[in-house]
Design a protein around this ligand. Sequence first.
Ligand code: ZN
Length: 218
Amino acid sequence: MSIDHHPSEERLLDYVSGGLGESWSLAVATHLALCPKCRNTVARLEAMGGGMMDAAEPATLADNSFDALWARLESEEDEADSMPAIAGHAGKIDLPEPLRSYVGGSVDALPWQNMGLGVRQLLIPTADQSTARLLCVAAGRPVPEHTHRGEEVTLVLQGAFRDSTGIYAAGDFQEADETVLHQPHAEKDRDCICLAVTDAPLKFRNLAFRLVQPFIGI
Ligand SMILES: [Zn+2]
């Protein structure tokens, strides 16, 4: 699996420091299950955090500035690329952990809610105020064009989608906010299944879609 889009450095740092809510942690942790590069980064951040906690001298803490930390991480990134991925997605997909613990392992057995327009969703209960859901967009179909009142992250689990910012395939992690107006299209060859986390309802351009929004829970 070739993964081109990763969580931001800030988000990985928040993940390591325990600063992310459950929904966002679920998305990051599931990406980590698929991405050896980010697993490697997180492992080194955790080691670095432990080292900083152990440092008794204030001078030692100053030496470990985050600029220096990221310079060091970036210089070591090449070796991470050679690590094997945990899950392969050539045929029928098995959902990776920790997502699997929330919804079960088999995509075919999921109790999808049909939203019309070729889109199905499955809401995932989490303890924080954000919303986590699986989305399945039929091959070749668009998701209605929308912006965000807050943040949205999308982790592709099967198939691929494209929008004005690029192509996202299995394992890719997209981060969007209120400045991004996008209309993702599932690629033609396969239904696209994603884990999406939002901290506020999406804002659709289409008035009809906005009217039914409260009833379908997107
Ligand atoms: Zn990654």
